[in-house]
Design a protein. Sequence first.
Lengths: 115, 113
Amino acid sequence: AQSVAQPEDQVNVAEGNPLTVKCTYSVSGNPYLFWYVQYPNRGLQFLLKYITGDNLVKGSYGFEAEFNKSQTSFHLKKPSALVSDSALYFCAVRDSRYNFNKFYFGSGTKLNVKP
Amino acid sequence: AAGVIQSPRHLIKEKRETATLKCYPIPRHDTVYWYQQGPGQDPQFLISFYEKMQSDKGSIPDRFSAQQFSDYHSELNMSSLELGDSALYFCASSLGRGVPVQYFGPGTRLTVT
């Protein structure tokens, strides 16, 4: 079965400090992994995706994510957090072998960046 | 750039009524997805359409149906509404096969009273 886990409901970080939002996944085949951000009362916005290739993926707004196959993780990172990064972050996975258009989302992690 | 359009943005219905949500994908996008996000929940995949044909089905109740029309817009029809159907309903669209990025609309907030 396919699934995504975001173990932290909330992450607090001071502005200017590095941030990490954790995500682990479980799929039968190779994973296609995504990060989305959601601001209040808004739709999800795409940040980045991993399909194949380099394990470090760079995305929008200075975010990056590292794919780790042995740990089945795809943690979202940013070297220096901004207050405007405060939002809800969702990790999503699609199994390369099944369910062509079906994405599985994690439960979301609320990121709070304090001035 | 054009984005995914959803209408209405807010909808209030009573139990046992019906509701129709509309989604207009980004121009030239060939795939539409519907998600349901309950309060404090992650988005749950309901159904998707590729080139006007249903391509995948998720946790969509039998009371719900959806279709994609010739102009690629999609409608989610919900009947016999229940209180538990109150949620934010997102539509997303993408282009092409492979591993496309899904672009989400702003959502329709449905409240069932």
